[in-house]
Design a protein around this ligand. Structure first.
Ligand code: PLP
Length: 360
């Protein structure tokens, strides 16, 4: 019988706040692979590491999980337009799902701080894009004000419908493994994702599918690490633009995720992020955008410092696809641009450059 993954609302219908007959706006999000990564298990000296590869969502990041629920709810309420503040991936998702819903999308991005891969998605899906002279936190404040005073529907993760969709990633981890990992790490920006995993795993425990919560680890970039400094960062700076956020919206939910699971927050430098970005592509075969390498980078740092708990099973969410922000892959560690060598169109020339000897 014909079957394909139907998107997170239909796949988890009885665990989401939807009723029969509600509009469902989907692009088939979710159902992303959980990839065994022996190279990482070796690096961290633990039994097993799996990567939850959220870059495999329709617009290339986990934001699609929350956007299907947020835009479906917007449709239920008769919205004609949605608005989102974004470091890039939320705008790509909002724009695509708005098209699927037949709505207009408005996205507010911080001027000059968004990768061209993500910007191209918003443009392709005919969003009205405004570059705000300010940072992400300014964009979010504006989006909230506009949605309160004007007929535009807010689809940022301060909208609780977003977390409902995003929690399905925790369900999928259990569905794939048959158990919950001991520790689950991810990048930490506006803190919607860690809050959603917390919600998802709590629900798994309530229905008795798991007995023990995974320790939730959220890792920030050192230049944008309010959860480490303990207060908002006024001028967040990092090459990991998806987590370049100084004043996280889901502050209390993230604190609860950490304390209630005996988890941790950490931070890593841009250099450590880029090292792990390279390791993931070169040693595990998984290509992610730099921000997405932050969770693994934080675990490796903890391992080196001797603070990684002795656990058997780890899941790391890698949040977005490498093609979102490909420039970083085209540079050496020292920052030099990488260009493929030119060669004459002759087998002997190619073989010479590759150092190959002719078969006997
Ligand atoms: C949004 C995003 C994050 C941060 O997630 P939060 O929910 O804001 O903490 C991390 N990585 C990527 C690729 C993202 O798009």
């Amino acid at each position: 019988m014909a079957h394909q993954w139907r998107g997170v609302i239909r796949e988890y219908f009885d665990r989401l706040p939807f009723n029969e007959g509600d509009p469902i706006i989907t692009l088939g999000e979710g159902g992303t692979p959980l990839i065994l990564a022996p190279a990482l298990a070796k690096l961290l000296d633990v039994g097993q590491v799996h990567l939850k590869y959220e870059g495999m969502n329709p617009t290339g990041s986990f934001k699609d999980r929350g956007m299907t629920t947020a835009v479906s709810k917007a449709a239920l309420h008769g919205a004609k337009a949605v608005i989102a503040a974004s470091t890039g991936n939320t705008s790509a998702a909002a724009a695509a799902y708005a098209v699927a819903a037949g709505m207009q999308s408005v996205v507010l991005v911080p001027a000059g701080k968004i990768s061209w891969g993500k910007l191209s998605q918003a443009v392709a899906h005919k969003a009205q894009i405004l570059q705000v002279k300010g940072n992400f936190d300014d964009c979010l404040r504006l989006a909230r004000e506009l949605s309160q005073g004007y007929p535009v529907f807010l689809v940022n993760s301060v909208n609780p419908d977003r977390l409902q969709g995003q929690k399905t990633a925790a369900f999928e981890v259990f569905d794939a493994l048959g158990y919950a990992p001991d520790l689950h790490a991810m990048p930490l920006g506006n803190a919607g994702n860690i809050s959603a995993y917390h919600l998802g795993y709590k629900e798994e425990r309530e229905i008795g599918r798991i007995s023990q919560m995974p320790k939730l680890w959220g890792i920030q970039a050192a230049g944008a690490a309010p959860f480490i400094t303990g207060s908002p960062v006024l001028k967040p700076e990092t090459i990991a633009t998806a987590i370049r956020i100084g004043n996280p919206a889901s502050w209390d939910l993230a604190q609860a995720a950490k304390t209630e699971t005996d988890g941790a927050f950490g931070s890593v430098t841009d250099k450590e992020i880029l090292w792990m970005h390279r390791f993931l592509s070169q040693e595990t075969g998984v290509f992610v955008e730099p921000s997405s390498a932050t969770g693994a980078a934080g675990l490796y740092k903890a391992f080196l410092q001797g603070t990684l708990p002795k656990v058997e099973n780890i899941v790391i969410t890698v949040t977005g696809h490498g093609l979102k922000d490909p420039d970083w892959a085209l540079k050496t560690e020292a920052g030099k641009k990488i260009k493929p060598k030119k060669v004459a169109a002759l087998a002997t020339s190619v073989a010479e450059i590759l150092g190959l000897e002719k078969n006997k």
